[in-house]
Structures are given as C-alpha cells and as structure tokens.
Design a protein around this ligand. Structure first.
Ligand SMILES: *[C@@H]1O[C@H](CO)[C@@H](O)[C@H](O)[C@H]1NC(C)=O
Ligand SMILES: *[C@@H]1O[C@H](CO)[C@@H](O)[C@H](O)[C@H]1NC(C)=O
Ligand SMILES: *[C@@H]1O[C@H](CO)[C@@H](O)[C@H](O)[C@H]1NC(C)=O
Length: 363
C-alpha cells in the first residue's frame, strides 16, 4: 500500500512540535539558576557586617596626626593564587605599615596556601563560603572581604579587589602614590578635587568604581529575576553596570556593608545564570545611587573584552607577554595609567617574572 511511508513521515512531521514542547521538560535547562544563599550564611554575614559597621569609623586615618594609610588588597579566588610569586615581588621590601592582604578562597576548591613570605607573615585567609560564577555569592564574598578588612585595621583606607587572574602593572610605590598623593593621576577630576592636601596626602578621595548607564544588555540583566523584581528600590533608570574589580575608599566600603535594601534585591537568583552577573551591577548601582560624585565611574583594572565568549574576557597566553603588552595595558583615557590587568593564564607566571624588575616594577 502506498500509504505506509506517507503516514510514517506525516506522523513524524506532526511529532516535531510536540518534541519541542516536551524538550524543556526532558532535557536539563541550559545555565540553570544557582541555589539561593543559605540562611545560616546570611546570618553569619549580617553579624560580621554589623560588627564591622559599629566598630569602624570612616575617617579614622585623617584624624590622627601621624596617619598610616594602608591599601587593603582583597583577593577573591576559587583556585590557587597562580601569581603569588609575582605579588611577592610586588610587596617585597615594602613597608608593612602600608598594606594588608586578605584572601577569600572558595572552601570547596582546596586552595593551596602560597609559600611566599609576604603571604605567610600573617594568615591572610578570611572565613569564606562557597562561591559560584555570575551569582550573588560573589557579592557576599566581596562584602565579607570588605567587612573583615574594615574590622581588622582602622588604617585600611583603600580597598583593592583583585582575582587570581589579575596582575599588577606597576610597582607598589607607584600605585600607593597614585592613590594617596598624586594630584594629576585622575584625569577626570576637577581642580578642587585634588587641591587640598593634609599631611602630604589628599583630603578628598574617590572610589575607582566603573559605572556605566548606557549598555545594550542592561534591560535583559535588569529583568533577569522577573519584570518588576527590582522595584521599588531600584528603578531601571538607576540600574548600572561596571567592572567587578574596583578600588574603594573606606567611606564607601562602610556604605556597602551597611546596605540592606539593595542587597535584598540583588541576592534574588536569576532565571538564567548567563543573564545575571549581579556582581557587575550591585556595586555600581549602589554607589551611583548613594554617592555619584564620590566615584570616578571608571576602573583601574584593565580587561580586554574584544572577541569575548560566554562572558569571559580575552585571556593572555605566555607567548603574548612582553614589555610592549604591559605598556599597552597601562594606557588609559581616564587616568595616568591602569594599575592592574586581567586575565592571564597561570603559565604566564614565568614570562611575567622575567619582566618584573626590568619593566613592571621599574617605576
Ligand atoms: C578537596 O579535597 C576534598 C578532601 O580531600 C576532596 O574530597 C575534594 O574533591 C577536593 N576538591 C577539589 C575541587 O579538588
Ligand atoms: C585584545 O584581544 C584581541 C583578541 O581578541 C587582540 O587581538 C588584541 O591585541 C587585544 N588587545 C590588547 C590591548 O591586548
Ligand atoms: C580611548 O578612547 C579612544 C577614542 O574613544 C578609543 O579608541 C580607545 O580605544 C580608548 N583607549 C582605551 C585604552 O580605552
């Protein structure tokens, strides 16, 4: 009979839409949302943030006649710190009164403690919780670093967030001078910002937090938890995006750990993790809402987004590491120079160490 092949193909065609309908139920969803933050973790954090907020002052360093201004380096990692030997060179012979190091390492990652002397001087590992890529757990981890550093030392004045893929682009001396003393480092600041100095340092500081309001993916990210989920605290016209990596003043670090209302919104998991990236929105949105004139709107951590895939920036390989690359990565339209750069594969360590004294840390 002629009908059998016909009926067969006809029923096949008919079943196609049914397959499409069923597929989402049969196949696991792509990029499922991450689990919500466990309540005990939230409670731990709240108690840490309250202690840090009540015991630390935002202005301590300038009220003393011998200010000891320190930079708190906050490492956020879920692997070994591949570049620890480079950071070790960076901190080598630097007065220990000028910096502190804090490390938040995902406890499930079995991160090896660096054996380099600067990381051994005092235990830099803070109490850490599980982190997931592109999820609110990265905001929590950052707030934990800020709160721990605020509590630990009233001299911590700038808080620089870096990851295991970041490298310094200059010597410690250059970075310290740029942040605390230079009147010309920030090319976007007006005369009055850099004017007044006290004890040889500026009185007015800004946080180097990137804040961008025009971005094509902003609406998708804003509605990633549901159309009205961010309301009323965060209307769309106040929603911002910017680099996860920043250098923040003590005043703003305190403001961040005191925040409750925006955190309630940003901690809500998104439908899809690949449309969320809350860690790129929370800090720029919060600071631009509460102190827009106190932030530079640009970051000091260079990243290369050309040819980006799956939300990962371009990652430099050993053969690309050169004095010319370092020089190109420093060039900025907003400041005298970028101070840090990412991302580099772990095996870039050897060529980077070769350039360390002659190029990277020469100034
Ligand atoms: C970490 O160590 C534990 C215990 O040794 C092991 O069960 C786990 O698989 C390790 N995790 C990773 C990511 O290596
Ligand atoms: C950025 O990455 C692209 C490859 O995607 C590369 O061609 C370019 O040279 C990189 N830019 C810098 C400044 O390294
Ligand atoms: C600086 O601005 C120019 C003009 O907008 C742009 O082409 C260039 O890529 C910018 N440089 C950096 C390092 O962002």
């Amino acid at each position: 009979m002629f009908s059998t092949p016909f009926v067969l193909s006809f029923s096949l065609i008919l079943s196609l839409p049914i397959l499409f309908l069923l597929a989402p139920h049969i196949l696991p969803p792509r990029n499922p949302p991450d689990p919500p933050i466990p309540l005990p973790d939230e409670i731990d954090d709240l108690s840490l943030f309250s202690r840090a907020a009540s015991r630390s002052s935002s202005v301590s360093h300038l009220s003393s006649s011998h200010p000891k201004l320190k930079i708190a380096f906050l490492f956020l990692t879920n692997t070994d710190l591949h570049f620890a030997p480079l950071w070790d060179k960076f901190f080598h012979k630097v007065d220990p009164n000028l910096f502190n190091i804090y490390i938040h390492a995902d406890p499930t990652a079995n991160v090896t403690r660096p054996r380099s002397p600067v990381f051994l001087r005092h235990d830099p590992f803070i109490t850490s919780k599980r982190t997931y890529r592109a999820s609110p757990t990265l905001i929590s981890a950052t707030r934990r670093l800020l709160a721990t550093a605020l509590l630990d030392d009233p001299s911590n004045s700038f808080f620089a967030l870096v990851s295991q893929y970041c490298i310094p682009l200059h010597s410690f001396r250059y970075i310290y001078h740029s942040l605390f003393a230079s009147r010309s480092f920030d090319l976007t600041s007006s005369e009055s910002d850099s004017d007044s100095t006290q004890f040889g340092v500026r009185v007015r500081y800004k946080s180097f937090v990137e804040v961008i309001s025009e971005e094509p993916r902003l609406w998708k990210r804003y509605t990633a938890r549901g159309r009205y989920k961010m309301m009323p605290e965060v209307p769309f016209h106040k929603f911002r995006v910017g680099s996860q990596f920043f250098i923040m003043t003590r005043k703003h670090a305190l403001l961040v750990i005191k925040d409750r209302s925006l955190w309630r919104k940003f901690k809500v998991p998104c439908y899809r993790s690949d449309e969320c990236y809350p860690e790129e929105h929370y800090f720029p949105t919060l600071l631009s809402m509460q102190d827009p004139d106190g932030v530079t709107h640009y970051t000091l951590t260079r990243v290369n987004w050309t040819g980006t895939r799956n939300g990962h920036p371009y990652t430099y390989r050993p053969t690309e590491v050169s004095a010319i690359l370092i020089d190109r990565l420093r060039q900025s339209n907003y400041s005298s120079s970028y101070l840090f750069a990412r991302k580099f594969t772990p095996d870039c360590l050897t060529p980077l160490l070769k350039l360390a004294d002659s190029v990277i840390f020469r100034d």
